[in-house]
Design a protein around this ligand. Structure first.
Ligand code: ADP
Length: 441
């Protein structure tokens, strides 16, 4: 980052917002420039969380530092426009971004990680930014296109919590994002936020690289005993339920708080505390998945998921089909399979349950959900949010099947029997017979 005469400080001004709005419009030459820049970056990871305060930014920053320690060329783009915390976490708070000849340069932290954040453009740390969606899209596009990222192995994008404009913009702007890393905590698991993040990623065809459960228990520094303050194992079973990779649990670690405040995650990661060890293990798993190419989600989403009942189940997925944690929904009216999928009275949810000492699998009713008022396009997300990963219907229109596929919910159509339990049981037994896909609602 050498200086030059036209080097200038880049400031966030209302004008920057106006310029951003202009760039939100389709401009092929600029898109070409964006794609050219991004083609120099091997891996792009979007870090998401359903809610704030779960340690998402800490994980994003720690991941970047860990990768840099492994000799990777890494940068972090902080798109949390309203509450940017990456500059503090990476020890570059208060530094100013500089521009040369129409480009802006990331600030480079002492760990070698490049940083670009609205926090580096604002005048003071308490300055607030109030921008609407199109402006955010424009600013994020400018960040991606006008910043001199150079050749990178990894770009880590830290989003604000939730499923708002910012992660949506990144998913739209970056072709070929490796996927989303989702951070949660045991407390956040009790809400549906994390499932919403998974549903959001699936709708955008973003593979889910994995879930990290942060602040999971506390290891007593004196005796080493782990106390599960908010219960344990929830993250792993939720991940299994939703069919996404679980990368590990990181305990509450006072050393991590100090390291975050001091912007010194490098020494923390080398410190060998329970938090640091768990952190390193989760990151190692993530990197192995990405660089080893064993990304379960990416494979899962490479093909449409709907298929006709009666088609032989794929033996490679047979164990998952019979796996505990699977939720299969059947639309029902008057106790029988509903002919009109979108207008059924209720959804009966089944899970496979092992019986006879593990030698047989029985369809067990785990829940009955009253169907929401009819609204086109609503059901895929509605069922996905309730943990449903498969629907067996008598008939369903092709558009609805497509929407389910996008939401990551597998669909089988053409079930001939009218007894919901019989249908799911025959599916689990691999004997479900195809009927006609009669409904096109
Ligand atoms: P988010 O990005 O989800 O809003 P942050 O990464 O800003 O969350 O973290 C919120 C706070 O929690 C910070 O003070 C951070 O130091 C702290 N924190 C994060 N992970 C842990 C952990 N495993 N143990 C203790 N404190 C943590």
């Amino acid at each position: 980052m050498g200086g030059s005469d036209d080097r200038r400080n880049v400031k966030a001004t209302p004008d920057a917002g106006v310029e951003a709005e202009a760039t939100a419009k389709h401009q092929p030459a600029e898109d070409e420039e964006l794609n050219r820049k991004l083609s120099h970056i091997k891996h792009k990871i979007l870090v998401l969380s359903g809610k704030g305060g779960v340690g998402k930014s800490s994980v994003a920053a720690g991941l970047a530092v860990d990768l840099a320690k492994r000799g990777k060329r890494v940068a972090v783009l902080d798109i949390d426009i309203h509450g940017p915390s990456i500059p503090r976490l990476l020890g570059v708070e208060g530094e100013r971004v500089v521009g040369t000849g129409g480009s802006i340069h990331p600030v480079v932290s002492s760990t070698g990680v490049g940083v670009m954040s609205m926090g580096l453009l604002l005048q003071g740390r308490d300055e607030a930014v109030i921008w609407r969606g199109p402006l955010k899209y424009g600013v994020i596009k400018q960040f991606l296109r006008d910043v001199e990222w150079g050749d990178l192995d990894y770009l880590i994008v830290d989003s604000p919590p939730g499923t708002g404009d910012e992660p949506l913009s990144v998913a739209q702007l970056i072709k070929g994002v490796d996927g989303a890393l989702i951070v949660t905590t045991p407390q956040a698991l009790s809400t549906n936020d994390v499932r919403r993040s998974i549903g959001f990623s699936r709708q955008l065809h973003l593979p889910i690289l994995g879930v990290i459960e942060n602040m999971s228990g506390f290891v007593c520094p004196s005796c080493g005993t782990k106390v599960d303050v908010f219960g344990s194992g929830g993250g792993a079973s939720m991940a299994e339920d939703m069919g996404v990779p679980f990368l590990g649990s990181i305990p509450i670690d006072p050393e991590l708080v100090k390291a975050c405040d001091a912007g010194s995650l490098g020494p923390f990661l080398a410190g060998g505390t329970p938090g640091a060890t768990a952190f390193a293990a989760a990151v190692a798993k993530l990197i192995a998945n990405i660089e080893g190419g064993s990304n379960k989600e990416a494979e899962m989403h490479s093909e449409p998921t709907a298929r006709q009942a009666g088609a032989a189940p794929d033996p490679s997925t047979a164990s998952t089909q019979a796996g505990e944690g699977r939720k299969i929904a059947v639309p029902v009216t008057g106790g029988k399979l509903s002919a009109h999928f979108g207008h059924c009275e209720e959804f009966v949810i089944f899970s496979p349950k092992e019986t006879s000492g593990g030698t047989a699998v029985e369809a067990e009713v785990v829940e009955v959900l009253e169907a929401p008022p009819h609204q086109p396009g609503l059901l895929p997300a509605w069922l996905n949010e309730r943990g449903v990963n498969m629907v067996i219907a008598g008939g369903m229109g092709s558009r609805a099947q497509e929407l389910f596929s996008q939401a990551g919910v597998e669909v089988m159509v053409g079930a001939a029997s009218t007894d919901p339990k019989e249908i799911v049981q025959s599916y689990l037994d691999g004997t479900l017979v195809a009927g006609q896909n009669v409904c096109d609602h």
